[in-house]
Design a protein around this ligand. Structure first.
Ligand code: SAM
Length: 155
């Protein structure tokens, strides 16, 4: 996460599914070099509370906006371009997040999707689109483990 965030010089990353903030903190470490900011979404209030605590302990709370609520609804408020969209919440929802946010992902931006190896079935529609839609190119990392889809928006 940190390497990819640095590689594209990401200044605006959207994470769907914060949990305790672990991946968010890694993304924020890359922001030391890119000067970016993270907006991350979490539906579970206890997890959101823990993540806020962890962001503060890691010293990154100033560069993180944690939105509590259902990301399917909350992301429709986003208007600005996105450098990296990281999908890591409800797997059957990946397609809906893609439909709502792909128009905001800039050319040269990335869409990352976690669990493409171990939870494939509920995201079949998503996988079909990111591997066939013109203007998108997708590779899969860590296929022997949980799997991470890395999609480049080319157009
Ligand atoms: C696998 S965890 C995220 C892990 C985190 N990205 C990391 O790597 O540290 C998935 C999280 O997505 C949250 N989630 C599930 N459905 C959601 C929704 N519709 N909106 C926002 N968050 C959701 C869950 O509560 C859970 O905390």
């Amino acid at each position: 996460m940190r390497l990819l965030t640095e590689a594209v010089g990401a200044r605006r990353v959207i994470e769907i599914g914060t949990s305790n903030g672990y991946s968010g903190i890694w993304i924020c470490l890359a922001f030391r070099n890119t000067g970016g900011r993270l907006i991350t979404y979490e539906i579970d209030s206890d997890r959101a509370k823990l993540a806020r605590k962890n962001f503060k302990r890691a010293g990154v709370d100033e560069i993180v906006t944690l939105v509590e609520g259902d990301a399917h609804e909350e992301v429709t408020k986003l208007k600005d371009p996105i450098d990296i969209l990281f999908l890591d919440a409800d797997k059957q929802g990946y397609m809906d997040y893609l439909q709502k946010l792909l128009p905001l992902v800039r050319s040269g931006g990335l869409i990352l999707a976690h669990n493409t190896s171990n939870v494939r079935a509920p995201m079949q529609d998503y996988l079909e689109v990111v591997t066939t839609k013109p203007g998108l190119e997708t590779i899969f990392l860590h296929e022997q483990d949980q799997g991470m889809g890395v999609t480049l928006k080319k157009l």
